[in-house]
Design a protein around this ligand. Structure first.
Ligand SMILES: [Zn+2]
Length: 218
């Protein structure tokens, strides 16, 4: 299921658009969601926090909330933004999954945290991935590649320079965490080779150039 660009230039997932109780968008380099969302100081870790615990400069990589009208966001430029939604319990999350966070399992940690904190069942969760670097452009050295041995056990090329599909890695982690594969919209444009609509750290190395993915219970 492909993301689609809405008339205002933000990207949205048809999977999440089926849910009339939530609002979400993936911003770009040229279209930002409206102000007024919470965002973390992201550190490529695996910690998920509730929006009620949010403070400026709080270090974590995922936010969740069961409170309506609380807009939570992650910022990315190549890393995978993952928006999660539980239609049964009406909970949303926004997850920042760069290669380090992906390899450390932030996707699975987020599902577990949503279960513990809000009683979410993995089989109920919907997940949508935003624009992020694709396997077309994400070449890594063995020092990064070796962290993906567990996620890609079939690969024998991780000890040399190779490419990694971060969206596929996160998709696998979510399936292992109990999500229904049909409830994971993992197809998204590559930030690195799709032109200036998207910021790409690997392409531009421009500090502070980030795109925001926002999730909210209406
Ligand atoms: Zn690419």
């Amino acid at each position: 299921m492909k993301l689609r660009r809405s008339p205002d230039g933000l990207w949205q997932s048809p999977l999440l658009l089926t849910q009339n109780w939530l609002a979400h968008s993936f911003g770009t380099a040229v279209a930002a969601p409206a102000d007024g969302f919470l965002v973390l100081h992201q550190v490529h870790g695996t910690q998920i926090v509730d929006a009620s615990e949010w403070q400026p400069h709080l270090s974590a990589d995922a936010l969740a909330t069961d409170t309506p009208a609380t807009r939570i966001a992650v910022k990315t430029a190549d890393c995978v933004p993952i928006l999660l939604a539980d239609p049964a319990r009406r909970v949303v999350a926004a997850v920042h999954a760069g290669w380090r966070g992906t390899a450390a399992g932030i996707a699975s940690h987020s599902v577990a945290a949503m279960g513990k904190r809000y009683g979410c069942r993995p089989a109920d969760l919907l997940a949508a991935f935003g624009p992020s670097i694709g396997p077309c452009c994400f070449e890594v050295d063995p020092d990064a590649g070796q962290h993906f041995r567990t996620i890609f056990p079939e690969r024998d090329d991780l000890d040399r320079r190779t490419t990694i599909d971060l969206r596929e890695a996160n998709r696998r982690l979510l399936v292992q965490a109990g999500l229904n594969p049909a409830n994971i919209a993992h197809d998204a444009p590559c930030t690195c080779c799709s032109g200036p609509e998207f910021h790409s750290w690997r392409r531009d190395r421009a500090p502070g150039k980030r795109m925001f993915a926002v999730n909210e219970i209406l």
